[in-house]
Design a protein. Structure first.
Length: 329
């Protein structure tokens, strides 16, 4: 068993000769590359049929709030670094189209070729096509398309939201130039946010987090077991009472001693006191509690303690804010 695990770890590790994310983006400013991007984070509890044809949206695995935010971060990075984007081609699934739309505001075309599991000549030619002069192509697709068409990519190497950047070699083959991981997108996105905050902050006023900065979710909260906590921050920051109510109804264990109206009242008070939250850190504490430290745009830093169901659907059980020495359940 240990040998099998070691082999898997080796297979999922990128070769050392590949360019770093920063070098990749610097190269892409020149144009001539294709970024084969796996759609961003989805609701993994949904089991969808492999035959995508005529599959209604509610039966598809769609983007989560984190997936939407991650796609927007990638778009902000491309814009901030002036990376030229030409064709944006996706598979027909809602999650791939919307990943592209949230990032780049458009989809040139969608095609079932980017949904085919077994590579065929048409798929290989599409992936290897030369970008228009001075631009880069973006293909938003699925992990199996990347794994089966890009030399050097093994199963497990490209997770949701991650991308392989390639360059054309022949009409039906490409060379892997580098891989951009979610940690890279988050780091680069934080740089964009910091730069935007600095440019809008007067020299005499203290620097504070940008009110509409993309929310960066720590790795600890990017698992199905902790997703309810990440979704809480997205709902909180939205300022949308209806969205917060929906969250309480679907992602929180009912408490007969605490009605949803009471929860909404507390939310409104906290939202007014804190504004928008930015996560600084997340750690697992005693009794399975998750401690999240955050800064706020309208108030002091806050520490939040969460507990989640030990079994699926992993709804939130409790959430307590600690602000200025006081606790707010």
């Amino acid at each position: 068993m240990m040998h099998a695990l070691l082999a898997l770890a080796v297979a999922a590790t990128a070769p050392d000769s590949l360019l770093s994310a920063d070098s990749l983006l610097a190269e892409m400013r020149k144009g001539g590359y294709t970024m084969i991007w796996r759609h961003t984070a989805t609701d993994r509890t949904v089991r969808e049929p492999m035959d995508y044809k005529n599959t209604p949206r509610f039966q598809q695995r769609n983007l989560t709030d984190r997936g939407i935010a991650d796609a927007k971060v990638v778009g902000a990075i491309f814009k901030a670094r002036a990376i030229p984007v030409g064709d944006v081609i996706t598979s027909p699934m809602f999650r791939t189209r919307e990943t592209a739309e949230y990032a780049f505001g458009r989809v040139t075309t969608d095609t079932p070729v980017l949904r085919v599991v077994d590579p065929n000549p048409e798929q290989k030619r599409l992936i290897a096509a030369q970008p228009a002069a001075g631009t880069n192509r973006v293909l938003v697709t699925h992990h199996f398309v990347i794994e089966r068409n890009v030399p050097g990519i093994e199963p497990g190497m490209v997770d949701e939201g991650e991308a392989a950047v390639v360059r054309r070699v022949t009409d039906d083959s490409v060379k892997l130039i580098g891989i951009i991981k979610m940690a890279d997108w988050q780091r680069l996105g934080a740089q964009v946010t910091a730069a935007a905050s600095a440019s809008t902050t007067s020299p005499t006023s203290p620097t504070s987090p940008a009110a509409h900065a993309p929310l960066v979710i720590p790795a600890l909260l990017q698992t199905p077991e902790r997703a309810a906590i990440a979704e809480y921050f997205h709902a909180f920051n939205s300022g949308d009472e209806a969205r917060m109510r929906q969250y309480y109804e679907s992602r929180v264990v009912p408490n007969p001693d605490r009605t949803i109206e009471q929860r909404i009242e507390v939310y409104q008070r906290l939202k007014g006191q804190l504004g928008t939250l930015s996560i600084v850190s997340a750690a697992e504490g005693e009794g399975g509690r998750i401690e999240v430290k955050a800064t706020s745009t309208a108030g002091p830093p806050a520490t939040m303690l969460f507990t989640v169901e030990p079994k699926a659907p992993y709804r939130m059980v409790t959430a307590t804010f600690q602000i200025g020495g006081g606790a707010h359940p």
